[in-house]
Design a protein around this ligand. Structure first.
Ligand code: F6R
Length: 607
């Protein structure tokens, strides 16, 4: 996730792009950059941090111009600093690019370009695009962009401008959002309409594979050399809705992004033929990881539940015993440092005080510290010996949803990595990878049922207590489902391991205490059915999360939400999606402040 704004027209662009960037800060806010293009001249401004802190610096520079490209960064490759902020340029500082997406093959392209004499000034994947365009440039910017994109594997929303042809902007899109705003003698480009809606409501949606050339009075759009005819659409949303991509709340927007998050977390990291994964962030500790005989996983809240799922994965497929702890507990128990052990910290923000304090303590004691984090350059990312980013993009809603999917996906990759260092066969590695690649499509199928899930949530909206039950891989998902429901709807919800019901919790079951039972057709399905029957015998209502094709379950339970069949270890990546939707619609029916639930904060930086 990043935000892009561009302008070509007859007006001064400074305030237009600045206000556009501010509107897009929800897409990324670790740094930003603005570049004005003139004949043989450019003015470049970059700063780290939120715009409001430094916008006066920008305005004081008094840059003026009517061709401008700008970018809000959410770091994925390279630390948060001015060098890595966009726009990036070629060696001669003639071609400037802003980019949202991931260039999967950037390392090999960069090596080749360096051998050919190109000089790089950032660590980003984006900079290779500027140098490739420079390499292929022969008096026509759009031709050079087209040629450069042929070399690139990955995703992009891309805007390019050059001081050699200051009368045009070239725009390209592949799996990253980009729209063109059509104004009076002007065109705007943006990642979404919120950035430009105050200037024009007429937009053209670019499709994947399309390249547009914008001039003050002219637009040409091409796909595979052929000119495309595109309709202009009129935006009738307000600005706030546009930021949320038309969704009422960020939480729903973020749930709808879950398939993309899974895809982005694995992008460029799968070595399909070898049944292996490539995790650049672990390369430095590869040999140490080969030696470890135990692992502790530490996180808080939702991240802790991801650790609980990770335990099942790593123990089953990598044969390493795993302990899981809350950050807030781990620090106060006696830490036993094992020479052949490692500690893996999981955190969306990378700033959670409970998790960070354990990390600092364990580092001082000499433990091997690893991290899974979403925020590049966060304290956790800087402090750990090695780690993997989830690349989930900014999560705005306080309740964590898409970040959980990013964490689970990376945990699958880590499991394959550790497993293949040990006893996992190539065939098994390939099998998991093949199935993991299907998960984004299967996840989209679940999201298509959102209206039915909303109806079920509304049906149960008067209830004040809920059980969530699951076993094995789906026990942590029961915990996550209960947490999500309680934190945004303020009703009482508890997650219980299915087999534990009869050891106490069953005493509470009655008609007014419904249960959500996660019971996909896996190795513990029969046991889950016995638990459901125990509840039904006490008149408890049951909503089942079951595998598609299981018609039998309808005879036992009150409502069913279906998820597609997949490998047992990957079911949490699917079974949690209906629970996120259920919590969302339940809270919505109670008219709760969904994105900002009472008493809670997004990043918990106190212990
Ligand atoms: C729940 C939620 C919290 C966080 C927890 C850890 O929806 O958002 O439980 O998961 O505070 O935060 P991070 O992952 O940033 O360490």
């Amino acid at each position: 996730m990043c935000g892009i704004v561009g302008y070509i027209g007859k007006q001064d662009a400074s305030n237009i792009v600045l206000s556009g960037l501010k509107r897009l800060e929800y897409r990324g806010y670790d740094s930003y950059g603005i570049c004005f293009i003139e004949k043989d001249k450019h003015h470049l401004f970059k700063r780290v941090g939120k715009i409001e802190k430094t916008e006066q610096d920008f305005l004081n520079k008094n840059f003026k111009g009517s061709v401008c490209i700008a970018h809000n960064r959410w770091a994925t490759t390279g630390l948060v600093n001015e060098e890595n902020a966009h726009p990036h340029c070629d060696c001669k500082e003639e071609i400037f690019v802003v980019h949202n997406g991931i260039v999967e093959n950037y390392k090999e392209l960069k090596e080749k370009l360096i051998k050919e004499g190109h000089k790089f000034s950032s660590e980003t994947d984006t900079e290779v695009i500027a140098h490739l365009i420079e390499k292929y440039y022969k008096d026509n910017l759009e031709n050079a962009v087209k040629r450069a994109l042929d070399d690139i594997r990955g995703t992009y929303g891309l805007v390019v401008a050059s001081v050699k042809e200051p009368d045009k902007i070239v725009v390209a899109r592949m799996s990253s959002p980009l729209i063109i705003g059509v104004g009076d003698n002007e065109f705007l480009v943006a990642s979404d309409p919120s950035a430009i809606i105050s200037r024009t409501r007429q937009i053209i949606n670019l499709d994947d594979g399309e390249i547009a050339v914008l001039e003050v009075n002219n637009i040409r759009i091409y796909k595979e050399e052929k000119e495309s005819k595109k309709d202009i659409q009129i935006i009738d949303w307000d600005i706030e809705l546009a930021e949320k991509d038309g969704h009422e709340h960020f939480m729903l927007k973020e749930i709808m992004e879950e398939p993309n998050v899974i895809e982005d977390a694995m992008r460029g990291r799968l070595l399909d033929d070898m049944g292996m994964v490539k995790l650049g962030g672990l390369e430095g500790v590869e040999n140490k990881l080969r030696e470890i005989n135990s692992l502790s996983l530490v996180g808080c809240g939702t991240a802790y539940y991801a650790c609980r799922v990770g335990k099942y994965m790593i123990e089953e497929y990598a044969d390493i015993p795993v302990e899981v702890d809350f950050g807030s507990e781990f620090r106060y128990k006696k830490p036993i440092i094992k020479k052949d052990g490692g500690i893996l910290f999981v955190s969306q923000s990378g700033e959670t005080a409970d998790t960070l304090s354990c990390l600092k303590e364990m580092k001082e004691k000499g433990a091997l510290t690893l991290g899974i984090t979403n925020v590049v350059g966060s304290s956790q990312a800087r402090e750990t010996d090695a780690g993997v980013y989830t690349r989930s993009g900014p999560e705005i809603s306080v309740a964590s949803t898409k970040a959980f999917l990013g964490q689970l996906t990376v945990l699958v990759l880590v499991t394959i990595y550790l497993g293949r260092q040990r006893n996992m066969s190539m065939v098994m590695g390939k099998r998991i990878i093949d199935e993991l690649k299907r998960i984004p499509e299967l996840a989209k199928k679940i999201l298509k049922q959102k209206e039915e899930i909303e109806k079920i949530a509304q049906k149960y909206k008067e209830y004040k207590n809920f059980w969530f039950i699951g076993r094995k891989y789906n026990y942590p998902i029961a915990l996550e489902g209960a947490l999500k429901l309680k934190e945004i709807s303020y009703v009482h919800a508890e997650g219980v391991a299915g087999g534990e019901l009869k050891h106490g919790p069953l005493a509470l079951v009655e008609e007014s205490f419904p249960t959500i039972a996660i019971c996909p057709s896996d190795s513990v399905y029969d046991k889950m059915i016995s638990n459901i029957e125990e509840i039904k015998a006490r008149k408890g209502l049951v909503i089942a999360i079951a595998t598609e094709g299981n018609e039998e379950i309808k005879k036992i339970v009150d409502d069913v939400i279906y998820i597609p069949k997949t490998l047992e270890m990957l079911t949490p990546l699917l079974s949690v999606i209906p629970l996120h939707l259920f919590a969302y619609y339940f809270a919505k029916s109670l008219k709760r402040d969904i994105d900002r639930p009472r008493n809670l904060a997004k990043s918990v930086t106190v212990e």
